[in-house]
Every structure is written in structure tokens, then in C-alpha cells.
Design a protein around this ligand. Structure first.
Ligand SMILES: C[S@@+](CC[C@H](N)C(=O)[O-])C[C@H]1O[C@@H](n2cnc3c(N)ncnc32)[C@H](O)[C@@H]1O
Length: 254
């Protein structure tokens, strides 16, 4: 079995690469991971249909994936490991059911960022794999706000809300908060940070906001709750930038 994992970008139908479109068109069978309670499967399907030269010539097959909401309870690392095993089992079951030896799987954003597809496919016996990168939700967010992800001589930390729940790390000029269903970032000490936030970036439901973190903490939690209520699910990402770094800039090494 040869599997091509294709990053399709974070939702905007034009945020897909030419390499990804070419790979889509080269596969008769395209698996669309779907997650209960979200519309990401529908979005994957519509992005594929938009870019397939002859959509009727391809089989687009839903691949139901376990929901992170049902992740097994227990110690975090063990629980995530079990969840990843469930994901791998779902992928294996879908591949077992196919009558072809070449298949594409469409992943959200870039398959190399907070996504279990690569690991899941890798465990399939005898598999060969190609990975096609995609635009990440981080780059889409930064571009939507017109800010750079990086600053001269400063590091960037891309992490999860869980990792931020005990405070924002001061040793990074930029911190990106993803996969933060509980909104931990909105309860941290806000002093010295500006937040650039986006929900459903690139999708029709997109919402953007930015400002000093203390002010954002007053309005974003209610906005998040409203969006989750309206749409039944929520994807959001926040880029946090430390203020006043120009007062003591480190030496760039280039
Ligand atoms: C499982 S991770 C997948 C990330 C994806 N592979 C990428 O490259 O962006 C899902 C998280 O990515 C972020 N995310 C993905 N797409 C997004 C979008 N269109 N708008 C806002 N956040 C998004 C959210 O933080 C969400 O919880």
C-alpha cells in the first residue's frame, strides 16, 4: 500500500499548494478524515472537489476518526498514546477495506503540525508513505493579522493550551497557543503580552481580534462560547507576542 498524506491547509479553499492539488488529481481514491461534531470532513470534501479536474473520476471516501473528546482517561501521555492507537486503528481499517494500492489521505493544515496521521499511517504493515506539506493554521493566522510569526533574534514556541496552563514562558518572543479547547491562555498573567487571535481562520465563520492580552481576556472567552454555541464546535489559535522587546533586543546571529 502506498499512502500520500496531503496537507490541504487550514480551511480556506485557496490555501492549498500546487503540489497538493497535483497529488489529489493523481489519486483515484481519496480518504477524507471526519470528526464527529465538526464540519472539517465537509470542508475537506469541498476543497477536494474544487481542485479535482474531474471530480466524478475520483472516489472520495469518509474516514471516521475518533474524537479527542472521547480520549481515554488517565495519565496524559498514556491517554494520548491510546488515542493515537485508536487513530491508527481507524486508518488501518479504512486501508484494509480498499481495493487499490495507492491512496491519498487529506489532512487539515499541515500533516507535520499537531496531527497524528503520519504516525498512524506509519504503523500500517508494509506501507510506503509520502507527505505533502500544507499551510498551517499558524501561518494563516499571522497572515490574516498582517504580522510576522518571528521577530529578529527571538524564538517562537508553538504549543498547546495544556502546556500553558501554568504560565506563559517569558523566554520566547512569540508563543502560539493551539489545541486549547479549555482556553487556558485566557486565564494566564497577561502582563507584557499582546494577543492575535483567530477562530475558523480562512473559513466562512472566521473571527479575528487582537489587542493587549488583559483586554482580550475580557472579551474572547465569551466570544469563544458564543461561537461554539452557534457552530457546535470551535477551532481557534492565538499568537502571543511579548511587548517592549525593542528596549533590550538580543543580538541577531546573522
Ligand atoms: C489537531 S490541530 C491540527 C493543526 C493543523 N495540522 C495545522 O497545520 O494547523 C487542531 C488545532 O489547530 C488549530 N486550527 C486548525 N485550523 C484552524 C483554523 N482554520 N482556525 C483556527 N485554528 C485552527 C486549532 O488550535 C485547533 O485546535
Amino acid at each position: 500500500m502506498h499512502v500520500t498524506i496531503i496537507g490541504i491547509g487550514p480551511g480556506h479553499p485557496d490555501q492549498i499548494t500546487v503540489q497538493a492539488v497535483n497529488a489529489l488529481n493523481a489519486h483515484d481514491v481519496i480518504l477524507l478524515p471526519t470528526k464527529a461534531g465538526t464540519t472539517t470532513g465537509d470542508t475537506r470534501r469541498s476543497i477536494a472537489q474544487r481542485h479535482l479536474v474531474n471530480p466524478d473520476a475520483h472516489r472520495l471516501i469518509d474516514l471516521p476518526m475518533p474524537s479527542v473528546r472521547n480520549r481515554p482517561r488517565g495519565a496524559y501521555r498514556h491517554s494520548v498514546q491510546q488515542f493515537r492507537e485508536q487513530q491508527a486503528a481507524a486508518i488501518a481499517a479504512a486501508l484494509d477495506a480498499l481495493d487499490v494500492t495507492n491512496v491519498a489521505i487529506l489532512t487539515w493544515g499541515c500533516p507535520t503540525l499537531f496531527d497524528g496521521t503520519i504516525e498512524g499511517v506509519r504503523t500500517y504493515p508494509g506501507v510506503q508513505m509520502d507527505v505533502i506539506p500544507g499551510v498551517t493554521s499558524v501561518s494563516a493566522l499571522a497572515a490574516a493579522h498582517g504580522v510576522a510569526q518571528t521577530e529578529i533574534g527571538q524564538s517562537v514556541l508553538i504549543t498547546t493550551g495544556r502546556q500553558l496552563q501554568h504560565g506563559l514562558p517569558a523566554n520566547h518572543g512569540t508563543v502560539v497557543d493551539m489545541v486549547d479547547a479549555k482556553g487556558h491562555v485566557w486565564t494566564q498573567d497577561p502582563a507584557g503580552w499582546t494577543a492575535y487571535w483567530g477562530a475558523f481562520v480562512g473559513l466562512a465563520q472566521e473571527e479575528l481580534d487582537h489587542g493587549p492580552l488583559d483586554e482580550m481576556q475580557q472579551r474572547i472567552p465569551a466570544k469563544r462560547a458564543e461561537l461554539a454555541e452557534t457552530h457546535g464546535w470551535l477551532f481557534d489559535v492565538t499568537l502571543l507576542r511579548q511587548d517592549h522587546q525593542d528596549q533590550n533586543p538580543p543580538e541577531p546571529d546573522i
